[in-house]
Unconditional design. Structure first.
Length: 140
């Protein structure tokens, strides 16, 4: 499942009990739980796919391609989407995997990355520079 992040407000992150909480995922969590509840009412098994690659499943489900920014890039919404997998034993019609490269020669995200974490591996964010830069940052 996924939805378009239509407002910058949904990009807000807050610290709660020493962890980052991203408000943009809250509406999606509510929808995912509703889908799980519906499927269970119909007699199927369903749960959040916490142990699977969200991005790989999104690409296989046709949401978009894995971009150079290490996000799923959608033809209509770009990287402004949030996704969550729901795993079920219900028989569903499969979508075709997304195989188009929407990034092409564009490298705007790589140039804009303040830590350079996107530059070295093209499409695979380096965790250490990104994490280190954010851990050194002073937050109010």
């Amino acid at each position: 499942m996924g939805y378009h992040v239509w407002d910058d407000m949904l990009e807000i992150a807050i610290r709660k009990n020493g962890k980052w909480v991203y408000l943009g995922y809250f509406p999606l969590s509510v929808l995912a739980l509703e889908v799980i509840s519906y499927l269970e009412e119909k007699g199927y098994s369903a749960n959040l796919g916490d142990l699977v690659s969200y991005k790989r499943l999104a690409q296989l489900a046709g949401f978009g391609n894995y971009g150079k920014n290490a996000l799923i890039v959608n033809p209509k919404y770009g990287p402004w989407m949030r996704i969550v997998p729901v795993v079920t034993n219900a028989e569903l019609t499969a979508d075709k995997p997304f195989d188009q490269d929407l990034c092409g020669d564009c490298e705007n995200c790589i140039r804009a990355c303040p830590t350079g974490a996107l530059g070295a591996l093209r499409g695979r964010r380096q965790q250490v520079p990104c994490r280190d830069a954010h851990s050194r940052r002073k937050y109010p």
